[in-house]
Write a protein that binds this ligand. Structure first.
Ligand code: HEC
Ligand code: HEC
Length: 435
């Protein structure tokens, strides 16, 4: 007994006197595991992520693509891509965003509860020759945007940031800039634990905090595959597959579990090794800091310690993801930089109809969403050199154009950029090219 007490005093003193040893997150575009799982497991999870779904698997009835990889592939599985999806809606008389109402099947059914408009449908077909379910945007849905596909590599480290880290970041940047730049942290549902929330960090609107929640959302809304967290088809017209479409395999895991683990085990995007060592890129980073880009595009963040329980109690941070520094060049907070698309996170779409009706979330969490209509999450710049189209809408194709579009909270920083000498601007752009 005495001995045990002695050991525990020794251990707790040890913990108090030494900060946890931090190490840098592994990086690479080689699809290696970051250490969370062994190589064979990671390869098997990647195969699930790349699998092409067919009608017999439950594809559709409305969908955008047949596999996760179709949109997350550049330069390798889990990267980003040029594929953009369509979101629309309208404002009510009071100026609040409302999800669109999209008639299908000659107006016999109305698709509601989502801002996403799917680009593909499984019918009309041989089996359903007269059922027309292709979605078309009515003229009345005046708010319209495209959003390009995001990078997923390294997202396990992002998920392992504590909520407090993001809340502190928002507070600090607001203080340092005398209130000019104040990112918003938004609490969103953890779909796998009804009633629990976390600080959103994934998606252009920070609509998810958990990679499992995001996997379930994407599987249903991008591919039409129902799963245990998103069990309701968007429409049952032309639907012939058994429900839910995603069921556990012999290992007890469903596809959404494999997707989440694939992303959690991915390495962070690697920098351009040659360019990042040049003095021009280093000077460029100094200017990036000095003129204030780094208030939002934060270079280094640190994950919570291994053993920390996150995602409403559903996930314990493993050693491969805990106490890691990584370099996302982002703050994962929402900002108004004058580019906001006016669209608010669609509750039934992202969290499912069951969570949409959850009393606690309905009364406390969801009302805050309207305040984000004109905000966008700071685009993390890791791996940005590999993106052909920039900003949420993909409408900028050069770094200079993307920077020039930053207004609102970033106005004064954009002005500082415009005041740089040509050589300084070139250095800053070289730095971006090295990320
Ligand atoms: C049709 C293209 C498409 C397909 C297919 C697709 N995604 Fe995505 N993904 C996107 C787009 C577009 C976004 C940004 C959405 C937004 O925020 O509006 C995104 C964002 C994400 C994010 C957020 C990443 C971050 O760091 O913020 C995750 C995670 C994700 N997708 C996972 C998946 C998984 C898992 C699958 C397969 C089940 C999948 N996606 C299938 C297009 C796609
Ligand atoms: C107030 C916060 C803030 C500041 C300051 C800021 N940015 Fe951004 N940045 C954002 C947000 C938010 C986006 C996404 C906007 C969108 O998609 O509409 C973004 C997007 C970008 C992109 C596009 C990345 C991509 O993947 O599409 C680049 C490049 C960029 N910023 C560079 C810079 C540079 C360089 C500076 C300094 C001159 C800067 N930013 C200052 C918040 C900021």
């Amino acid at each position: 007994m005495k001995l045990l007490a002695g050991i525990s005093v020794f251990l707790s003193l040890g913990l108090l006197s030494f900060a946890p040893a931090l190490s840098d997150a592994p990086t690479g575009f080689d699809n290696k595991s970051n250490g969370l799982v062994d190589a064979a497991t990671h390869t098997a999870d990647q195969a699930k992520f790349e699998e092409v779904e067919a009608l017999t698997d439950g594809l559709g009835p409305l969908y955008n693509a047949q596999s996760c990889r179709e949109c997350h592939q550049n330069p390798t599985s889990g990267g980003s891509s040029q594929v953009a999806e369509l979101r629309v809606g309208h404002n009510d008389a009071k100026g609040a965003f409302q999800n669109p109402e999209i008639p299908i099947n000659h107006g016999a059914e109305i698709i509601k509860g989502r801002s996403l408009v799917n680009d593909r449908a499984i019918c009309p077909s041989g089996a359903f020759p007269n059922t027309e379910i292709q979605e078309h945007v009515p003229d009345s849905e005046k708010i319209r945007t495209f959003r390009v596909s995001l990078n997923l590599l390294g997202d396990g480290f992002v998920e392992a940031l504590s909520d407090q880290t993001l809340l502190d970041l928002a507070k600090d940047q607001c203080k340092k800039t005398q209130g000019k730049i104040c990112g918003q942290a938004l609490y969103v549902p953890i779909v796998e634990v009804p009633g629990k929330t976390g600080v959103g960090r994934f998606g252009w609107k920070d609509q998810h905090a958990s990679l499992l929640s995001f996997s379930a959302d994407a599987y249903l809304n991008e591919m039409g595959i129902t799963n245990r967290l998103q069990p309701d088809e968007v429409t049952n017209l032309c639907n012939a597959a058994s429900e839910p479409n995603d069921t556990p395999g012999t290992d007890g895991l469903s596809d959404i579990d494999h997707f989440a683990r694939f992303m959690r085990a991915s390495e962070a995007p690697a920098r351009d090794v040659t360019l990042s060592q040049t003095s021009e890129a280093k000077n460029g980073e100094g200017l990036f800091d000095k003129i204030g880009c780094a208030h939002c595009h934060v270079a280094t963040l640190t994950t919570a310690s291994a053993g920390t329980v996150i995602n409403g109690g559903n996930f314990t941070i493993p050693p491969a993801l805990g106490d890691k520094t990584f370099h996302p060049y982002g703050d994962f907070l929402l900002h108004n930089v004058g580019t906001g698309d006016g669209i608010v996170q669609a509750i039934p779409e992202h969290y499912g109809r069951r969570i949409a009706e959850h009393p606690d979330l309905k009364n406390s969490t969801f009302p805050k969403f309207q305040s984000t209509a004109d905000k966008i999450r700071t685009a993390p710049l890791w791996g940005v050199r590999l993106h052909s189209r920039l900003m949420h809408d993909g409408a900028s194709v050069t770094f200079t154009d993307a920077i020039a579009r930053h207004r609102g909270e970033a106005s004064h920083v954009t002005e500082e950029f415009e005041k740089l000498t040509p050589a300084e601007k070139k250095a800053l752009l070289t730095f971006l090219q090295s990320l």
